[in-house]
Design a binder for this molecule. Structure first.
Ligand SMILES: Nc1ncnc2c1ncn2[C@@H]1O[C@H](COP(=O)(O)OP(=O)(O)OP(=O)(O)O)[C@@H](O)[C@H]1O
Ligand SMILES: [Mg+2]
Length: 260
């Protein structure tokens, strides 16, 4: 039987008494570009950390290609790559050395490493900085070298937490196009984002998480059909996650200002 690429079954995480993620059930299929949206503190990073084997679920399970990430972590982790929201890179390595290190971990033959690294550096305009120390990189450059590292091993499933934060428009566009191509080639991508435009433009399906629950799930067309005809993803998102209340408060604050 063909397994879903990513399968979450009753996945939950509590930090002491606080239920950060509650009973998530979700399947993401091979080749899908899945967008995980939600306001600050909704549980996105917590979920991604459970799916990548970094944070143990309080209950429930997660599988990658049918392999339980907590029961067979090594086997499952061979299949995945993860770009965290704050990449923790080795500051005293050059970009090139970092990619070489990743290649050695994944036992990628040297000839293959060379061409792959050059390709990735070129696509993200990092070729000229490849021999500089990572500590000298800007935030966006660090993010890009982390993305290059994640793609070195050509993972089956790629997790990215807020991948476009820190990227300039050209790099964000490059990433968007690259992810689309990789998914068309069969890679599965699970990314979290606050940038609704990106989700709307590039994701095959989106899930909106709010206070640890998935409160909406589907393609853009499906989300728009459910009482949201003609609305943008931003409208739908704010409606579902209560952003409209804030708008009322903002109006009130600015009215106060006018009264003075
Ligand atoms: N190590 C921790 N200890 C205690 N509570 C935590 C911890 N990490 C996260 N939380 C709580 O869990 C909830 C979900 O946090 P999480 O980081 O998963 O949110 P997020 O959706 O990634 O938010 P953001 O968009 O700001 O990145 C929040 O209420 C947060 O305060
Ligand atoms: Mg987060």
């Amino acid at each position: 039987m063909e397994h879903a690429s990513i399968n979450l079954s009753h996945l939950a995480k509590s930090y002491r008494k606080h239920e950060a993620v509650k009973d998530l059930n979700l399947e993401v299929n091979k080749g899908e570009l899945f967008g995980f949206l939600g306001p600050n503190g909704a549980g996105k990073t917590t979920t991604i950390k459970m799916l990548t084997g970094l944070l143990e679920p309080t209950s429930g399970s997660a599988q990658i290609n049918g392999i339980d990430i907590w029961k067979s972590p090594l086997k499952a982790k061979e299949k995945i790559a993860y770009v965290p929201d704050q990449p923790n890179l080795y500051p005293k390595l050059t970009g090139w050395d970092y990619l070489e290190f990743v290649a050695s971990v994944f036992r990628i033959p040297n000839s293959q490493f060379q061409s792959k690294a050059n390709e990735l550096l070129k696509v993200f305009s990092l070729t000229d900085q490849a021999n500089d120390l990572i500590e000298s990189y800007s935030h966006g450059m660090k993010q890009k070298i982390a993305i290059c590292g994640a793609l070195m091993s050509h993972p089956d499933v790629l997790f990215m937490d807020e991948p476009t934060v820190g990227l300039d428009p050209k790099s964000a566009r490059t990433l968007k196009n690259l992810l689309r191509e990789l998914c068309d080639g069969g890679m599965t991508v699970f990314l979290s984002t606050h940038i609704l435009e990106i989700a709307e433009q590039m994701c095959d399906r989106v899930g909106i998480i709010f206070e640890g629950d998935i409160i909406a799930l589907g393609t853009m067309n499906e989300l728009k059909r459910e009482d949201h005809a003609g609305e943008s993803l931003e409208d739908i998102f704010l409606e579902l996650t209560g952003g409209e209340d804030q708008q009322a408060i903002i109006s009130e604050i600015s009215d106060d200002g006018d009264a003075k």
